[in-house]
Design a protein around this ligand. Sequence first.
Ligand code: GLV
Ligand code: MN
Ligand code: MN
Length: 416
Amino acid sequence: MRAGREPAQGVDERRLWQRHEAMARFGATARGGVNRQALSAEDIAARRTLADWAAARGYRTCLDEIGNLYVRRPGTDDTAAPVLTGSHLDSQPTGGRFDGTYGVLAGFEVLEALEDTGTRTRRAIEVVAWTNEEGSRFQPGTMGSAVFAGDKKLADMVEVRDSKGTRLGDALAETLAAMPDADRRKSGFPVAAYIEAHIEQGPRLALEDKTIGVVTGIQGSRWFEIVVTGEEAHAGTTPLGARKDAFRSALAMAQALQELMHDPADILRFTIGRFEVMPGSPNTVPGRVLFTIDFRHPDREVLRERGGRIAAICKAAAGPCQVSIRETTSNDPTHFDPAVVDLVRQSAAHLGLPHMDIFSGAGHDARYMAPLCPTGMIFVPCEKGISHNEAENATPGDLAAGARVLADVLVRLANR
Ligand code: GLV
Ligand code: MN
Ligand code: MN
């Protein structure tokens, strides 16, 4: 532990990789990924481990009312607002080992690098693990950061239920109870700046042979939940013309929506990721279908215009069934603070790392921080751009490179 080095030089590639391997055990799947959905036993175990690592370094750990977990490395001026970095520890049901986890572990690696290089900062630096970024178990996603920003109310979020009927408030109470040693704190406190490291989750950095993505913003998104209600009936006896088949109507809607969302330029993103047919019996005509829509675009006007036609298209395709359409979340495109973006660019250049500007296709908690304080993101490549997949992978060297940029940027922000 030699003091006097630049903070970025304190980043330890091996230690960072080993921490990823350790975290990957919580919710490990047979195919090498993770299933660590928000507020599950696996998520609790991952949080506990981060808190244990923090305690071993003498850092204070706090939890707020939505379960966002903070690890604080004090600055020399305790009255100054902290600089925040982090991401999420929850995963998709068939998720990878790096989505979210990398941002939390890179942040923690920077804290350790600052210790090892004897670096003090004026502001405290805090690493945050936001609650329920993914939104696969409880919708909507980016919930912890949305509550932090005051964009969503805790009282509404605790009533959300997962597909098994578990109330988020109950799962949250278990998570909070599992960490009695963490201090409690109210979300929404002043933050001087926010910077999040993440794998790219797409192929562009790898294709262009760049190590660092200087993220300039995040495309906008709208999520919907569609419920089609028909009538259950005997599959052997009920004539087709007399049926109220919820599946048939939902299929017609899905096809009409695919046409609405057709984009020859292939910029628009449209996904029906959940399609539940009930009661799910081979010989009962489905009485109810629930499906979800994830619609994204960098242009706010396209989101408004196409998204605004979803309800009418579903109603027109409903046939003899009823349909209800609920928008579960909506986000305008985000543009990060030009000064923070420039800091990332300068740090990558200073460290001699090949870099390029990039606009994020995936959503991130940084979206909710951007209106609150100067915000930016750092991307590193992931293998073949694969993400939301158990095969998600990244190299130890690229992960460490991103953490070095993060260290450099964090120190600059924390000394402002
Ligand atoms: C987050 O994982 C997203 O859906 O973009
Ligand atoms: Mn993520
Ligand atoms: Mn994700």
